[in-house]
Design a protein around this ligand. Structure first.
Ligand SMILES: Cc1cc2nc3c(=O)[nH]c(=O)nc-3n(C[C@H](O)[C@H](O)[C@H](O)COP(=O)(O)OP(=O)(O)OC[C@H]3O[C@@H](n4cnc5c(N)ncnc54)[C@H](O)[C@@H]3O)c2cc1C
Length: 437
């Protein structure tokens, strides 16, 4: 099967949902829709594609190549094979207590963005936040003020495609900051290559660690378990307001959240809804970003602990901005032993180690697979215990056969958006292609 455009990438479950194709299509024919049990995916308006191939060149879903660097700027040698280039590793938090409180971990994404805005290093911050009309969904925003940023703190464990807003960045006179998941940053970097205008307008890319994005169905089923009608929600947060904070749902006619779930319960539930493509992702710590941020899960937290983040400095540009933000009092941090990355993110490392086996299974079964280079996938796989090596291949093959992933998804004939499903489909609807607007 020769893949000719992003719609076909999505049909073969290889789309990461970053949204960069919408920005790249010269005919403006790419539209993004939220496939309820998969993620935000592209369709071509009326199928009118002239197959120019531009969307393919920017798609991180079909190809992600991390250039090999061999200079002394390679960073900490012990981390390279598993975590990409890391020049420095810090643990810290936003100095502003409000940002720290509202942020997912230490509020670092927000603090660095705010520093850039207030000191005139950036004209805007492109990132996602809740969609006001449908608060269980996300929307891309170009934030220009502290209030905007504060409103969009916190991780959203549901589909979001910040690259669909890249056009907004080119309209601001100063460079902007971009915040997103590893695949979003990879999409951004590819888009920067094809557009010099965009390239000049990116001040800094901040990425965060990501174990995969649950589909909208995950959130809807979580709400259903709590007997919540999505149409009545005023505000939904997945975490933050403490560390890791609670998932909270506030209804339109209430002043306080009516539902509170621990991070363990909410993420533990929605994470089962991560789509197949997320299981093929080797970039779990945003290796294409200037600065990456994640949770320092390496020790037990006390109940009232305040948020902290692990911060990976990946480029000289990132190093400069991070140190300036610390010196200006926006960030408090101390340099830490690289070991804490291994201790904090065992799951992410385990996942990366399985990718080579998973891709092998796809090759053996004749499925289209993503081209992933520069991630030392085979070396990482070799380090797995024998049993896990085998399951990375056979488990993936079994999943493909059981779920019939040979059959491409077909959502081209769906033309009308369904409104908020008050009775969301059950978890069992593996191939449900219902959309929400
Ligand atoms: C789906 C998902 C999976 C994650 N998995 C892990 C993990 O396995 N290990 C780990 O350590 N950390 C993980 N994180 C990251 C972690 O939850 C924090 O986001 C990170 O530590 C940054 O925290 P912060 O306090 O600096 O961010 P904040 O200052 O609170 O800012 C959060 C920023 O993230 C942006 N954002 C939120 N949700 C999304 C989204 N879905 N897509 C794009 N941008 C978004 C917001 O716009 C905001 O700018 C995950 C996050 C997400 C969204």
């Amino acid at each position: 099967m020769k893949i000719q455009n992003v719609y076909q990438i999505a049909r073969y479950r290889l789309c990461t949902g970053c949204g960069a194709c919408m920005y790249a299509c010269p005919e403006e024919k790419v539209r993004l829709i939220d496939i309820i049990n998969d993620g935000i995916r592209p369709v071509i308006d009326n199928g009118e594609c002239n197959f120019c191939g531009r969307c393919l060149t920017i798609c991180p879903g079909i190809e992600t190549i991390r250039p090999e660097t061999t200079s002394s700027a390679d960073g900490i040698p012990d981390l390279k094979k598993r975590w990409g280039t890391v020049l420095e590793i810090w643990e810290g938090y936003a100095a502003d207590p409000n940002i720290r409180f509202k942020g997912s971990s230490g509020g670092l994404c927000t603090a660095l963005s705010l520093y850039s805005l207030e000191k005139g290093h950036a004209g805007g911050v492109l990132h996602v936040g809740a969609d006001h009309e449908h608060p269980w969904k996300n929307k891309t925003h170009l934030s220009m003020t502290k209030e905007d940023l504060l409103e969009r703190t916190g991780s959203r464990y549901s589909p979001a495609s910040p690259c669909d807003g890249l056009g907004k960045i080119t309209m601001v006179s100063e460079p902007s900051i971009f915040v997103g998941k590893p695949c979003d940053v990879a999409g951004l970097r590819k888009a920067q290559v094809i557009s010099s205008e965009l390239n000049e307008k990116i001040g800094l890319a901040i990425g965060f660690f990501c174990a995969g994005t649950p589909s909208t169905l995950g959130t809807l089923n979580l709400l259903r378990n709590h007997k919540i009608n999505p149409g009545k929600i005023a505000n939904l947060r997945y975490r933050g307001m403490g560390w890791p904070g609670m998932a909270t749902v506030q209804l339109k006619d209430e002043d306080e959240p009516s539902v509170k779930m621990t991070y363990k319960d909410s993420w533990g539930f929605v994470q089962k809804y991560r789509p197949f493509r997320c299981y093929l992702c080797p970039d779990l710590t945003a290796e294409f970003a200037d600065i990456s941020v994640g949770d320092p899960w390496y020790r037990e937290m006390s109940e009232d602990e305040q948020g902290r983040s692990i911060i990976l400095i990946r480029t000289e540009r990132g190093r400069r901005l991070f140190h300036e933000a610390m010196n200006s009092g926006y960030v408090t941090a101390s340099e830490v032993n690289p070991e804490i990355l291994y201790k904090s993110q065992k799951n992410l490392l385990g996942k990366r180690q399985k990718i080579w086996g998973r891709i092998l299974a796809m090759k053996m079964l004749g499925l289209p697979y993503p081209r992933l280079e520069g991630f030392h996938l085979f070396d990482n796989w070799l380090d797995l215990p024998f049993k896990e090596k085998v399951t990375s291949i056979l488990g993936t093959a079994r999943r493909i056969i059981r779920r019939n992933y040979f059959k491409p998804l077909d959502y081209s004939n769906i033309t009308s958006y369904k409104d908020i499903p008050t009775n969301p489909p059950s978890t069992g609807s593996k191939n449900c292609l219902q959309k929400t607007n």
